[in-house]
Design a protein around this ligand. Structure first.
Ligand code: GDP
Length: 197
């Protein structure tokens, strides 16, 4: 049985004041429409997270129970163009404070569309999180939309750029559609939690 096969939605928090007490959390962040919900569903092996048709609507922080006290946290997607400036600023405040200050956060998974990796907002997330010195793992999603050679080239480019901004970060190709990269991702997250993948 995989680490995430019992993943179960537990609660949506509306803001920082509303976050539940947890022992350990792994957060998933990414631009809206990058494929975050699909990646969570792929890891769970079923539809655990909602896949949005209208990106950028929700500001909820969704908590999924992995197992006793350990949670996967689905952060609100960022970068959706049609969001009013005041709302955008509020999201940034929530994301920055969560990434900088959440004590039970053991690692961050950054979801990036393999065709558009390391956008300024992705770099902003890394900038907020890196002072915590906790691990970062990047999933380059929708890798099935690239040819094998394009995907390999993208992986090398992102590895090279991350080596400059945060050498401890790891990165891999991922496809929810083709179920590629699941074993590799699970192994990383299981290591963070000291559990079997
Ligand atoms: P989120 O906003 O980051 O949660 O993104 P979603 O998971 O809702 O996915 C956004 C869109 O990308 C949806 O139409 C998905 O079907 C599509 N998508 C997500 N992952 C993949 C993938 O690995 N391959 C392909 N081809 N499409 C994907």
């Amino acid at each position: 049985m995989s680490l995430f096969s019992r993943l179960a939605f537990e609660k949506s928090a509306h803001g920082l004041a509303d976050l539940p007490v947890t022992r350990r959390e792994i957060a998933f962040a990414g631009r809206s429409n990058a494929g975050k919900s699909s990646a969570i569903n792929a890891l769970a092996g079923r539809r655990a997270a909602f896949v949005s048709k209208t990106p950028g609507r929700t500001q909820l922080i969704n908590f999924f129970r992995i197992a006793d006290g350990d949670y996967l946290v689905d952060l609100p997607g960022y970068g959706y163009a049609r969001v009013p400036e005041a709302v955008r600023r509020q999201w940034q405040k929530v994301l920055s404070r969560y990434l900088e200050g959440r004590q039970s956060l053991v690692g961050l998974v950054l979801i990036m569309d393999a065709r558009h990796p390391l956008t300024p907002l992705d770099r902003q997330m890394i900038h907020w999180f890196s002072p915590t010195q906790r691990p970062l793992h990047c999933l380059l999603t929708k890798a099935d939309k690239l040819s094998r050679s394009e995907a390999a080239r993208t992986l090398r480019l992102v590895q090279r750029e991350l080596a400059e901004i945060w050498p401890a970060a790891t990165v891999q190709l991922f496809s929810s559609l083709k179920k590629e990269g699941l074993v590799e991702a699970e192994a990383v997250l299981a290591r963070w939690l000291g559990r079997a993948a």
